[in-house]
Unconditional design. Structure first.
Ligand code: HEC
Ligand code: HEC
Length: 459
């Protein structure tokens, strides 16, 4: 895989001079193929794909409205948007995915959790997989409708420590610790596993859903046969409809197979809305006895509205890269492959020729992910298995749009729990399978490290 990337890269370097006149397929700016949008302002993750047919724009706008709707407690006068809770995390999708961008940890210690959540489970008996918490379920809901108490209040604190690079450069990193206070139904008890996660940006996911499973599996190397220290495993999930295993692609541990299931799961877990996929809300049986509230219809989020919401996510364009031909950026791009970042952050993938909706079909895309799970070491581990993902494994996140995150989301926090404050910190947290790659990065002269970061900023 890495050799192929070199050849590609060689080609790209040779064609630098011709960029302006090059055909679309060699245009390095087109991260999302023909869906790519040329927008660099705070709305750059929220635009419809450049190649979306005009007749689909109304459907996109309607889906956008559902994504931004503030749901209310049932019964309400607007019956199609009632049924919130009774316990929930936010009242809208966009409450966490603000402007379709990424969430962040609270701004101050003890501050409210506005765009981040904690998944919960308890360790099983020896040999058994962990399951959801018997009282609090699989996710802590830190908000509730009027008259109902939230499940608890998550709190994060950070302990600073210093990393020294081989050339003496010192970087301060912050190690987070999580606690849940004001627990409504008593202590969480022994064997608790917690996984704090920020809301990822949501652009380009339709394209990732449209990549053939076999292309992703080809990148997997579970036994590390090529001995590059990097393995990569798929997260196989139980299929909801047929029972056959399906490939996980979405979420920080690839714990969701499709945008439809992801959106319905979010409606259920994060907003407390039922759908045809998840017909009961997320209260555990223990809570059901104690909290009774009227529902907002059966289901609360109709199939028609769920379809529109999914279409909206499929139709979001990917922002174009900037400064692709700047010498520092090109040098950084070469180093990205040379030190081995590209062995997980796969630069190029292709979507299926018959993908639906048609604007997603046959695209050459540059997401910088293999959609596979990697052991990232003990420091990043949450210790909480998620389907076939172990407590140490995370899915390689796509890097497209990285350089616009500050403009869109107003911050540069990175990684699954937002502990990194910038791309340099994010890289320094990489360990496990990425250990050798991180070492090579750390050993680069300062100028080369800066070039690699400049490349990341151009994405
Ligand atoms: C409380 C904050 C919150 C709310 C509200 C929320 N999300 Fe999310 N969203 C997350 C988090 C956290 C993840 C990652 C989940 C994981 O890794 O398990 C996520 C993941 C996603 C993903 C997959 C992203 C990726 O890169 O794989 C999509 C799509 C998504 N959410 C859509 C929605 C939709 C649609 C809604 C409204 C119905 C919604 N979200 C509401 C926090 C939120
Ligand atoms: C072994 C696979 C692997 C290698 C090699 C690797 N990464 Fe990553 N990268 C990941 C995974 C998995 C995450 C998510 C970890 C987490 O959130 O805890 C990640 C996260 C990131 C992030 C933060 C993304 C986000 O959305 O928060 C950046 C930036 C990044 N990597 C850049 C790099 C660079 C630059 C290199 C090379 C120096 C590199 N990575 C090498 C797997 C890898």
């Amino acid at each position: 895989m890495r050799r192929a990337a070199w050849i590609l890269l060689g080609g790209a370097l040779l064609s630098v001079g011709h960029w302006a006149s090059a055909g679309e397929e060699d245009d390095a700016r087109l991260s999302g193929g023909a869906t790519t949008v040329f927008v660099t302002n705070k709305h750059s993750f929220g635009k419809s794909a450049a190649n979306l047919p005009v007749e689909d724009l109304r459907k996109f706008a309607f889906g956008n409205r559902i994504f931004n709707t503030n749901w209310v407690k049932a019964p309400a006068s607007v019956t199609s948007f009632d049924g919130l809770g009774p316990i929930f995390n936010r009242v809208s999708c966009s409450g966490c995915h603000v402007r379709d961008g990424r969430g962040r940890p609270p701004k101050s210690a003890g501050g409210p959790w506005n765009s981040m959540l904690i998944r919960l489970s308890v360790r099983g008996a020896p040999g058994e997989a962990p399951g959801p918490h018997p009282i609090y379920g699989g996710q802590l809901q830190n908000r509730a409708v009027q008259g109902v108490a939230p499940e608890g209040r998550p709190v994060v604190s950070y302990a600073p420590f210093t990393r020294e690079l081989p050339d003496g450069t010192r970087v301060e990193l912050l190690k987070p610790t999580y606690e849940i206070k004001d627990l409504r139904d008593g202590p969480l008890g022994a064997g608790l596993l917690m996984s704090p996660r920020v809301a990822p940006a949501v652009h380009g996911l339709g394209l990732l859903e449209a990549v053939a499973a076999k292309d992703i599996l080809r990148l997997a190397d579970p036994e590390d046969k090529n001995k590059d220290g990097v393995s990569g495993r798929p997260n196989w999930l139980p299929g909801k409809a047929s029972g056959a295993k399906v490939l996980g692609r979405l979420g920080w541990k690839a714990n969701q197979p499709s945008l439809r299931q992801q959106a319905a799961g979010a409606a259920n877990g994060d907003l407390g809305l039922t759908t045809s996929l998840f017909p009961t809300d997320h209260r555990t049986p223990a809570q059901r006895k104690r909290i009774e509230t009227p529902n907002g219809g059966v289901p609360e989020l109709s199939d028609e509205h769920l379809d529109k919401l999914v279409f909206y996510l499929q139709a979001l364009g990917v922002p174009a890269r900037r400064n692709v031909a700047a010498p520092g950026v090109l040098r950084g791009e070469a180093l990205f492959t040379k030190v081995g970042c590209a062995s997980c952050h796969t630069p190029t993938l292709h979507t299926l020729p018959d993908a639906k909706p048609p604007h997603l079909a046959g695209q050459t895309i540059h997401p910088y992910t293999d959609l596979l799970l990697h052991d990232m070491g003990d420091e990043l581990a949450d210790g909480r298995p998620d389907h076939q993902a172990t407590g140490n494994e995370w899915r390689t996140p796509p890097l497209w749009g990285l350089g616009l995150q500050k403009v869109v989301s107003g911050h540069t926090r990175l990684l699954h729990d937002g502990r990194a404050h910038n791309t340099l910190e994010a890289i320094l947290w990489h360990a496990g399978e990425a250990k050798q790659v991180t070492r090579r990065f750390e050993a680069l002269p300062a100028k080369d490290r800066a070039a690699l970061l400049a490349f990341l900023a151009s994405l």
